[in-house]
Design a binder for this molecule. Structure first.
Ligand code: G3P
Length: 229
């Protein structure tokens, strides 16, 4: 499963890329607007931090297919590398997706809430479909169940589009997406830290240090190697 950063904050992206096995970055107009800075230099800086080989998904703000296509072409030119245009699902989005696929531009169809939205997006040619897990849970639906059915449906119909689950608040949601075969999750940087932290892990590490120091004092392994030369 791929882990993707759902953020446009340069400092947080830099930190996540340094410490975690990150496959790319996703943004949307809400995430971009939080940074309150120049859009073009922001997306160029994200590309600079993550390099050309990690995915960068940037969302269109256009509502009509012709404009979506123009934005996709221009954004791809500006950021380069492994670029995906994110398009909210709907008639105009699907029309744009079909055209962009013919032009060789990769598409992530986003804001997906139902299995059939995902199916149509995939058949239109979307490389990724992005169902919103936590927002489904918030309307007393079941985000994990919807993602699981999309994964299963793609398998049954031999569809190569991947499921990039989005909108997460908890470790449990992320884990359950892994268990139903989601191909990728996009999560905020705080959730990356929460996923890796456990107090018993920290307890074990503290214990190892105490036991080591009771025998070797403050000298670490490299120190002992030096002494042995
Ligand atoms: O990538 C979509 C995601 O950012 C939506 O998340 O937390 O606003 O539901 P959220």
């Amino acid at each position: 499963m791929m882990y993707i950063i759902d953020s446009a904050n340069l400092e947080k992206i830099r930190e996540c890329v340094e410490f975690y096995p990150v496959a790319g970055v996703t943004t949307n107009p809400t995430i971009i607007s939080r940074e309150k800075t120049d859009f073009i230099s922001l997306i160029k800086s994200i590309r600079e931090i993550i390099g050309p080989d990690r995915m960068l998904h940037i969302q269109t703000t256009a509502l009509e297919a012709g404009q979506i296509i123009k934005e996709a072409v221009a954004l791809k030119e500006i950021v380069g590398g492994d670029f995906y245009i994110k398009i909210p699902v709907g008639p105009e989005g699907l029309k744009a997706t079909m055209a962009l696929k013919k032009m060789g531009i990769k598409v992530t169809e986003t804001a997906i809430f139902t299995q059939q939205q995902a199916m149509l997006a995939a058949i239109a040619g979307a490389d990724f479909v992005a169902p919103y897990v936590n927002r489904l849970d918030n309307i007393v639906s079941d985000g994990v169940h919807v993602v699981g059915e999309i994964v299963e449906m793609f398998k049954q119909h031999n569809i190569s589009s991947k499921v990039l689950a989005a909108s997460f608040k908890t470790v449990e949601q992320v884990h359950k997406i892994a268990m139903v075969g989601g191909h990728a999750v996009t999560i905020n940087t705080e959730l990356f830290h929460t996923l890796t932290y456990h107090p018993l892990t920290q307890y074990a590490i503290d214990d190892f240090i105490v036991d080591w120091e009771s025998c070797y004092g403050k000298t670490d392994i490299l120190g002992l190697i030096d002494q042995s030369k």
